[in-house]
Design a binder for this molecule. Sequence first.
Ligand code: PLP
Length: 383
Amino acid sequence: MEKEQQKRYRAWAEIDLDALAQNVHAVQQVLPAHTQFMAVVKANAYGHGDEAVCRKLWTLGVRWYAVSNLEEALAVRHYCPYGEIFILGYTPPEFAPELARNNIIQGVLSLDYARQLQQFAHQPVRCHIKLDTGMGRIGFRGDSTQAYLEQILPMFQLDRLSVEGLYTHFAVADDSASENIAYTQHQEAQILAVYDALSEQGHRLKHLHFMNSAASVLRPNPRATLARVGIVMYGLEPNYPEHVPIALHPVMSLRSVVSHVKTVEPGACISYGRTYTAQTPRTIATVTIGYADGYARLLSNRAEAIVHGVRCPIVGRVCMDQLMLDVTDCPTAVQPGDVVTMFGCDGDAQITADELAHLYGTIGYEIVCGISKRVPRDVRGQI
Ligand SMILES: *Cc1c(COP(=O)(O)O)cnc(C)c1O
């Protein structure tokens, strides 16, 4: 962000498109040759801003985009007029004509839902069949390949559905515990068996997909025609503090500014609830970011932020629009207007969204998705 413009903002999220490109390439290196990259750009590209992310991905040669709902699909259709857009979740069947008109592919989660789509559609709706092989969220469920087939086969009688693919979602592909590896293997074996049985019945579907980020890098399977890649594309770990075997470059950095600096005497309290009391004279900087920006209140007295390349602890409770940092150990004087890095790099210091998430029992996904609308996204790099 330009210096002048930066001054107008209390907090902003830098989006590094070169890091995005590096992550996409790193995943493509480990994907089997004919497995295409499907970029998961739901939830405003995990909070990064779907416009810049989609336009960049298009120039990188990515042709498949996955979203969670019709609203997001239509946004992506605007950014990538010729992309293949896939809705992972539910669309009310009344919108079948809108799906068809915009050439959007819908996940179909049950036979009842398939029949409803058929009822509302005027022209064929492209779809992929979703199997619930163990996630327990959406999809056809069955305890045998035969049981799946009995539910799926009637779909092929529906003339306003164009069934083009089969997919499922893994529950624990990010976990290295042996029982979880076995669970994922079982999910994978089940979808492959259903796919092959459908082929034997004459329904050779064009697409088969089941890998998320973790599976794409940990157990890439050449039978998949598409890999649905989300979190690692944004440079975060699927299961921090475990590390995936590719280099990740975080795409989002969150920055704010110092508004006020003061020295306090021993016994001085900082912020709501008096949860922090200075034991010795401290230099305290107030920063213009808070939980309304998506910086969690649970990070009060727990996290650090970087000022002048040095990690400094948050003291007292995080407020709605502000928080306080103890900058006593900063070797250079901190002044109003100085930039504070909540996560990202500054000099040799780095804080990742994964690290922050781990401090209060959540995942990096939730942090980047939760950076609120009032935080402008400052896109860096060529599209
Ligand atoms: C969100 C989502 C993904 C992407 O998961 P990551 O762990 O971010 O790679 C893939 N498939 C489905 C069905 C999803 O909902």
